[in-house]
Write a protein that binds this ligand. Structure first.
Ligand SMILES: Nc1nc2c(c(=O)[nH]1)N[C@H]1C(S)=C(S)[C@@H](COP(=O)(O)OP(=O)(O)OC[C@H]3O[C@@H](n4cnc5c(N)ncnc54)[C@H](O)[C@@H]3O)O[C@H]1N2
Ligand code: MOO
Length: 666
């Protein structure tokens, strides 16, 4: 009989693991090693403090090329009454770093003396004169680095638990060390499992999943100071899985078993752990990542240290869940074994740009992008999908909605654990509105100009709403006014009346019908949408493309009810293209580039203008200057017009500047 997982709160799961580790004698630094002091020690965690064996400098050293002397001998020297010192008894040439003779207590730089061979004859070799003449006195210890200036023998140079940086190695070497005591790197085996997985580089067929979780997990382990050992993909075969996991446990300190953690027909991980050791936890109340497994494995009799227990983490298969499980369970474990404090992220408080819901029973790890718009720090939630690895790539941080919170309204403050330095958030240009594929090109060019473009796709009208609420620097918009045939202006009156706004044309682009390659249903135009054998895929209400569609359907006298699939909505051009590519729909309205991206056929229908709407306060801000620069940049314009269906002749044209008059509803 199948036993399904039972989620327990995160703190309880962590406590159970901690207790099991302590019981097994694995609660602290695993082992230490005496490693040579060289550049390979960077990143290692010191298991013992470094105390200075010798001082640095370990003798009084000259800080300048010049002459060592007794400061007292120079006391009378004046510009008008120079003092001469005889080489040998009163002065001695020294290079920077040379030890000072015992009798000397100061150095005069060579350029501050007259080197003489006799009373008035300059020396043939300025470093080997008979005498030197000074026209100013020197205080004691002038131009001398006294013994211990840098490090005094017996002082603490580096504390235990410290992660070694390049400069630390300099200080440790200067204080007389040749080796360092460091925590041994914990070895973590990473085992990907699943019959459907194929390694990177192999041809991909339908149903195949490119295996990358093991790469992500191994990279995390190495970043956090461990040493990852990646195993080959194990198919869903219980006995084989047991054999591999046993081997991994025999040779490593930790086993990360990826996938097979939930309730599917071939989800063996929990049973493997039960067979080879003790299952501590199956299911943690976190989203994503809830089917986590925690356990302790036994080593086989023939293994090294056969009595050792080896913790195992059953890492859920979905990539975001897998990476977050690494952060939540693996990082703290490695930190503990390395004797270093667990990672403390920098946190900031930011206001949510939209309402979110959250499962009441779980700690919900929400990925967000963060940026400053005006005086406010804003957090825009990214995709919640556990399979959307790019949401973690794009994320600036994680906002945890704790258990008990069922959701938050737009504008609520959340604490965000940052993945980046807070300064980077100040360079963020927030674009919320209609998405266009050229914005990705813009993002890439802005990155070269020290800006980060973060865009959220909420459709044209959604973008104007975001601007009204002060939650974006700019919005892409392509809203057709059916009466005038103009774009956007009338809608600005509706959403941004009274505000100072700059409306700048961005591109003219082609819109048309996306159909499968070869156009099997012979689609010719919008009139075909009313056909009984036609399944359409629509854009969401408020999207410019939706406005365009409704306008033209009305002109053709086609009612929404006549269009099959009119109620099926997607949020981006690419999502519409994907629906057609997968066969879920026969056609959809979108831009040429989306058709090209997914190798669809395209039936061009209209040209439309896509504008950027920018409140004047931001248009004049240094932050957005590169956006305006790029509109005039020949190389950028060339790249945009090289994209299929785009024309940049309008790019940068100011359509409106100044206060927006109120308008009636369009
Ligand atoms: N009936 C239930 N079904 C599922 C539950 C549940 O509680 N009850 N939980 C869901 C959640 S949440 C998650 S997370 C997953 C966990 O699934 P498994 O750990 O069993 O993993 P798989 O089913 O094998 O894989 C899921 C999915 O993840 C991707 N994947 C897996 N391994 C890799 C890899 N090495 N590299 C890249 N991507 C990988 C892949 O897309 C798999 O389809 O279960 C849900 N179902
Ligand atoms: O818990 Mo799953 O890991 O939501 O994605």
């Amino acid at each position: 009989m199948a036993v399904y997982l039972h989620d327990i709160p995160l703190d309880q799961a962590q406590a159970r693991l901690r207790e099991a580790l302590e019981e097994a004698g694995l609660g602290g630094v695993l082992a230490e090693e005496y490693i040579p002091l060289d550049e390979r020690a960077v990143g290692r965690v010191l298991s013992r403090a470094v105390w200075a064996r010798i001082s640095s400098p370990h003798y009084h050293a000259s800080a300048m090329d010049g002459f060592a002397l007794r400061s007292a001998d120079t006391r009378e020297a004046m510009p008008t009454a120079p003092v001469s010192l005889l080489l040998g008894s009163q002065a001695q040439y020294v290079d920077t770093g040379d030890p000072l003779p015992d009798w000397a207590d100061a150095v005069v730089p060579i350029e501050q003396v007259e080197a003489l061979d006799s009373a008035d004859q300059p020396a043939a070799d300025p470093r080997k004169p008979q005498a030197i003449r000074l026209r100013a006195g020197l205080p004691p210890w002038a131009h001398v680095r006294p013994m211990g200036e840098d490090i005094v023998a017996t002082q603490l140079v580096l504390p235990a638990g410290h992660t070694v940086r390049p400069v630390d190695l300099g200080a440790a070497a200067a204080s007389g060390h040749t080796h360092l005591w460091a925590a041994r790197k914990p070895r973590a085996a990473v085992l990907p499992s699943g019959t459907e997985l194929i390694p990177v580089g192999q041809d991909v067929r339908r149903g195949d999943i490119i295996e990358f979780n093991s790469i992500v997990l191994a990279g995390q382990v190495n970043t956090w100071g461990g040493e990852a050992v990646r195993f080959p993909i194990t198919p869903d075969d219980f006995e084989l899985l047991c054999a591999r996991v046993q081997q991994a446990a025999d040779e490593n300190d930790l086993v990360l078993l990826n996938a097979g953690s939930s309730a599917g027909s071939e989800d063996f991980s929990a049973r493997v752990v039960e067979r080879l050791g003790e299952l501590l936890v199956h299911g943690v109340a976190v989203r994503p990542g809830h089917p986590v497994i925690l356990g302790m494995l036994r080593r086989s009799a023939g293994a090294a240290q056969p009595e050792r227990r080896v913790p195992v983490v059953g890492v859920p298969g979905y990539p975001v869940s897998a990476a977050l499980t690494g952060e939540i369970f693996v990082e703290p474990l490695l930190s503990r074994w390395l004797g270093r404090g667990a990672f403390q992220p920098i946190e900031v408080e930011a206001a949510l740009t939209r309402k979110v819901t959250s499962p009441a029973g779980d700690d919900d790890f929400m990925r967000v992008v963060v940026g400053r718009v005006g005086t406010r720090l804003l957090a825009a939630p990214l995709s919640r999908g556990a399979g959307v690895i790019t949401s973690l790539v794009r994320a600036d941080g994680i906002a945890v909605l704790p258990r008990g919170v069922q959701g938050l309204e737009a504008g609520s403050n959340v604490r965000v654990r940052l993945y980046r330095a807070p300064e980077e958030l100040e360079r963020t240009v927030f674009a919320i509105g209609s998405h266009d594929l050229t914005l990705d090109l813009l993002a890439q060019h802005l990155a070269e100009r020290g800006r980060r473009l973060v865009s959220a796709n909420v459709g044209s009208q959604g973008g104007l709403v975001a601007l009204r609420r002060g939650e974006a620097h700019l919005a892409g918009s392509h809203l057709l006014d059916p009466d005038s045939g103009e774009y956007n202006l009338r809608y600005l009156g509706q959403y941004l009346a009274g505000r100072e706004v700059r409306l700048v044309a961005w591109v003219n682009r082609e819109q048309g019908l996306l159909v499968p390659k070869g156009n099997p249903k012979g689609v010719q135009g919008l009139a075909d949408l009313a056909r009984e054998d036609m399944r359409f895929i629509n854009r969401q209400r408020g999207a410019g493309t939706r406005v365009l569609l409704d306008y033209h359907l009305q002109r053709l006298g086609i009612r929404a009810e006549q269009v099959q699939g009119y109620e099926q909505e997607e949020y981006t051009h690419l999502a519409v293209a994907a629906a057609v590519a997968s066969g879920r729909a026969d056609c959809g309205l979108g831009v040429t580039a989306a058709a090209q991206a997914l190798e669809l056929d395209f039936i061009p229908l209209f040209h439309e203008r896509y504008d950027l709407v920018i409140p004047e306060e931001y248009a004049q801000n240094e932050l957005l200057k590169p956006v305006f620069d790029l509109m005039q940049d020949a190389a950028f314009r060339r790249e945009v017009s090289a994209m299929p269906g785009y024309d940049v002749s309008v790019m940068g044209r100011v359509i409106h500047l100044g206060s927006i008059e109120p308008a009636e509803r369009a």
